[in-house]
Design a protein around this ligand. Structure first.
Ligand code: ATP
Ligand code: MG
Length: 299
């Protein structure tokens, strides 16, 4: 479905994408994950044919120039702009007509898509008056008007509340079940977990690419989860043999080579400082742990 071979994109002296090679098969939900400025948007824009690569080659649905297959591609840009002074239905209609569909077809398709995205009850609401989550659903809906076989979504849920994010992903799953290949970028690790495969991007490069299970399986360390009301944990444990100490929600993830030895050392240090340990247990690494480790390796 997609093949990238040593793709590069330079903006003057800035190297936005620095030799990316990856392939995506039909039927996947492929996730591109990485911090701000990693190059995710640049990769997606090259795949959609909006940006020309500086070097390397790509193939999208068999075409070297994505422009040739653009009627089969859907794209929700990171900064989706809709017409705030038009209603939900009017926005959808305009997007339908841009793709050259007839009135009756637009109406039927728009109704089906608004129903699929749970926006039908709001079809007469001005886009400006939608909540953030609903706006993103409208972006998803708009991109579906021409029935794309390959759907690119660039951080479609950034800033959206957790309930709406879950609903949004259910929709992506349903689309995927019906045969749409999905290529999505996200800064959220829980969303990366929902992808068939994930590429982790850092400074314009792919530093790891595998299934979520494969990525977790390749993690070389042990993780201890620490719950404590203590505030200066990082400073207290700075002299220990821990490999890394990362905040994880309201807890900490302590990275160690030997879980048992590390647990004993951590308890001793915190006890000596009078800091209570509510719990300290070895836990399986999450994708977040994997990515934090990868990012510090290549930094
Ligand atoms: N038009 C441009 N001109 C110059 N530099 C650019 C341009 N577009 C992007 N860049 C730079 O290229 C790098 C990659 O940007 P890109 O937008 O692809 O990252 P991203 O992973 O999508 O980040 P974010 O998560 O913030 O959306 C950044 O350093 C960015 O500043
Ligand atoms: Mg981006």
């Amino acid at each position: 479905m997609i093949a990238l071979e040593n793709i590069r994109k330079h903006y003057g002296a800035t190297v936005a994408v620095d030799g990316v090679t990856l392939s995506v098969a039909a039927g996947e939900i492929f996730g591109l994950v990485g911090p701000d400025g990693a190059g995710k948007t640049t990769v997606i824009r090259m795949l959609c044919g909006i940006l020309a690569p500086t070097g390397g080659s790509l193939s999208v649905m068999g075409a070297a120039n994505p422009e040739a297959v653009k009627d089969q591609l859907g794209y929700v840009p990171q900064k989706f702009s809709l017409y705030g002074d038009l209603t939900v239905m009017e926005n959808i209609r305009i997007l339908g007509s841009l793709y050259g569909q007839g009135d009756a077809e637009i109406e039927a398709r728009a109704t089906a898509i608004l129903s699929f995205t749970n926006l039908l009850p709001f079809k007469d609401r001005l886009a400006d008056n939608l909540s953030g989550g609903m706006k993103q659903k409208l972006a998803l809906a708009a991109g579906l008007m021409h029935k794309p076989r390959l759907y690119f979504l660039d951080e479609p849920t950034t800033g959206v509340d957790p309930v709406s994010r879950r609903e949004f992903w259910r929709m992506l799953y349903n689309l995927n079940k019906e045969g749409t290949t999905v290529f999505v970028s996200t800064p959220y690790m829980d969303e990366a977990e929902l992808c068939t495969r994930v590429a982790f991007m850092h400074n314009g490069r792919i530093v790891a690419c595998d299934s979520p299970r494969g990525l977790r399986g390749s993690y070389p360390h042990k993780v201890l989860e620490l719950a404590t009301p203590g505030k200066n944990v990082k400073q207290l444990l700075a002299g220990s043999r821990l490999i890394d100490i990362n905040p994880f929600g309201d807890k900490y993830h302590l990275v160690a080579a030997d879980a048992e030895a590390a647990a004993a050392e951590v308890r001793a240090v915190l006890d000596a400082a009078g800091v209570p340990v509510v719990s300290l247990d070895e836990v399986p690494p999450t994708l977040e742990d994997v990515f934090v480790a990868l990012a510090s390796e290549v930094a």
